[in-house]
Design a protein around this ligand. Sequence first.
Ligand SMILES: [Zn+2]
Length: 393
Amino acid sequence: MLIAGGRVLVDSGTYLEDGAVLIEGDSIAAVGPRKEIEEQFGADVPRFAFDGTVLPGLIDAHVHLAFDGGPDPVATLQDSTDEVLFEDMRRRAEQLLHSGVTTARDLGDRGGLALRLAAEINGRHTPGPRIVAAGTPATTTGGHCHFLGGEVSGEAEIRDLVRRNLAAGAGVIKAMVTGGGLTKDGPKSHQSQFTAEELTALVDEAHEAGVPVAAHAHGADGITAAVEAGVDTIEHCTWMTSDGLDFRPNVVRQIIAQGISVCPAVSPHWQMLPRFFGEERAAAMFDLVRRMADAGVRLVAGTDAGVQRASFDGLVPALSFYSHLGLPNASIIDMATSEAATALGLGSITGRVAPGYRADLLLVDGDPLADLGSLKDIRAVFASGLRYEPNAQ
Ligand SMILES: [Zn+2]
């Protein structure tokens, strides 16, 4: 398959005008000026020609396929049998794919269902994005998302849970380092979970297998503890305390020095946040994300799809948050492609339109560097070389 586009995003903020991408099997075989690629690879190859933009498929670095994105995702989950839930998860994965997402990181499911779905998609039995799944997130007794089955206490139990997730195929290990709003009967979002020893054991066990650790952390103390334990990504990273926010520049410097990525996991409906937190607090929280960006923290895009009001087609609307902060479109697209791939440990596999990379591509009308909204005008999505046209009649 030869894709010829008006422009191909070949590097951060850089188009190749009138470019072409040659796909062989599940990978990109060549990228170059259309004429050159056409001459080199003959006329026999089936082609997809249009005058829009070819860019890397998007990456949503924070989803929960097990949650339904409705008003009470926990209740819906608890009312579903595994069989019903798995069918719903298949549908949600397809929604992600149809919104341009070719890789999604699932940061906590029930019973390893996201791992099962990841294998199904990988085996081409079901359409969907590549799924990097955490399996059962580690939490404390009665802690955040305890209902997902990952309550552990002490080093031995923690190492055991990590090993079980790894054996089931987890591509990331998730630790609930603080409480969270979804768990009404758990610790508050700013409160820490786990001791330093427990966190270190978790990171050690995951890293020994070469698998990164994602830390859910809202509280400033939890963020600090996660950084000290050597996690690879921090989710949310809102710097909360019992009575406000506590941005810690020295910890931010450590985040940068250690190459830790931060996924703010901003909701597609981020414009509603001032109504929940109040104008002033929401503005202060937004400002901390801007300060992290300004300091040079690697930010990656994610939506927390599945939690309240976060649907599985919300990545592009969520990206408008970063425009609101004043980030340039080129950086925002990187956050949802190359930077996210790096954060997931897939930096040499996906997130770029380059030879040797997996054929994970998004074809849109218009010019997303000029207008991010054009990411919604999808002509086709290629996931590991398989073509989908969600808007075709
Ligand atoms: Zn989450």
